[in-house]
Design a protein around this ligand. Structure first.
Ligand code: ZN
Ligand code: ZN
Length: 341
């Protein structure tokens, strides 16, 4: 398989149709039965898909916030694809671009420089965002199995759908046999679509929001990121996004004990099982900076804010130094060795 240049995706019409079918299928909840087993499968499926996005696609493939073995890396890549988040290399390519140009004109899913719906999911339906530039994500593109998963990403959710329907139709796993349609809707389409919107919400509900009760902003990161405590549970910690833009290669996005970060807790459990290691930490100086920012916010009743003009300027060389310092770092020699092992 070619490992440099542009890896062509399926046609953007196919992508659009897939998005429409997935959303329309969710309306099936009004026509099929719901059992306790299906509800459990739906919730577990949602958690699985958000972990695929936040733990695998985001913290591992985009930011290399921890290290792991090559087999586990392959499993993480399969998780990303099977959960409907497209290929892991495609995801990391767009996300690293997001951090380089956060809330600027080159940030394809910023609600500051684009409309809300474009930033939420419209950008996914454009032909120009579908392909993967393998040269832009070289550390991942030189791993053949990741390139292969990235190319054939659409086969994995399809396989999950077929297995789910067969389990529903021919086994009593979801309460009784003959539950193929109910399984497809409750155990596949609903958790898949909700999992996608959890990822989209990080783009649109914590970027470009007003600072206030729901959205806090302890760090001046040169963009419009905020921390949303309300979304911390449904996004499994991804909504501590102002923190994340401050130290983007940290394994935790919830920096303090009271910032619930379920993805980080999952990583700690995987670390205890020796499946992952080398979790990147948040420097003590940054933790102190965040406490100061929070105090400032409480004293003034406001936080370091940034207007649209500043956010757009963030895409230019004049952006805030703190944001520049925390740009995506190239992989360390240890990480390179893990990848190619
Ligand atoms: Zn962001
Ligand atoms: Zn990120």
């Amino acid at each position: 398989m070619k490992q440099t240049g542009i890896q062509r995706a399926e046609s953007h019409t196919v992508i659009k149709v897939r998005i429409w079918i997935s959303h329309l299928a969710c309306l099936g909840v009004f026509f099929v039965p719901l059992t306790t087993e299906l509800l459990v499968a739906c919730i577990a499926g949602y958690i699985w898909r958000v972990l695929a996005m936040e733990l695998a696609a985001h913290r591992y493939f985009s930011h290399r916030a921890f290290r792991t073995s090559r087999p586990v890396q392959c499993v993480l890549g399969l998780m990303v694809a099977a959960s409907g988040h497209r290929g892991p290399i495609w995801w990391a390519m767009h996300h690293r671009q997001h951090h380089r140009h956060s809330d600027g004109p080159l940030d394809v899913h910023s609600p500051v420089t684009h409309s809300f719906w474009h930033a939420h999911m419209g950008w996914l339906t454009l032909a120009e965002t579908a392909d993967t530039d393998l040269d832009a994500v070289k550390d991942l593109s030189r791993v053949p199995e990741l390139v292969w998963i990235n190319r054939w990403h659409m086969l994995f959710p399809l396989a999950v759908l077929v297995i789910t329907v067969l389990l529903g139709a021919y086994t009593p796993l979801f309460g009784s046999t003959g539950m193929g349609w109910a399984a497809a809707i409750w155990a596949f389409f609903v958790p898949t679509v909700l999992g996608l919107h959890a990822a989209f919400a990080v783009n649109t509900l914590v970027h470009g929001r007003r600072v206030g009760f729901f959205n806090r902003r302890p760090f001046d990161t040169g963009d419009t990121t905020t921390n949303s405590w309300l979304l911390a549970i449904p996004t499994l910690g991804a909504s501590w996004h102002n923190n994340h833009h401050r130290v983007m290669n940290a394994a935790r996005a919830g920096f303090y004990w009271w910032q619930l970060d379920l993805t980080y807790l999952t990583l700690r459990a995987l670390q205890a099982m020796r499946l992952v290691w080398g979790l990147q930490v948040v420097p003590a100086a940054v933790l102190a900076e965040g406490r100061e920012g929070r105090q400032r916010q409480q004293q003034r009743g406001t936080a370091p804010t940034v207007g649209v003009a500043t956010a757009v300027a963030a895409a230019t060389p004049g952006r805030a130094p703190s944001a520049v310092v925390q740009m995506q770092q190239p992989p360390t020699p240890d990480q390179r060795r893990d990848l190619a092992a």
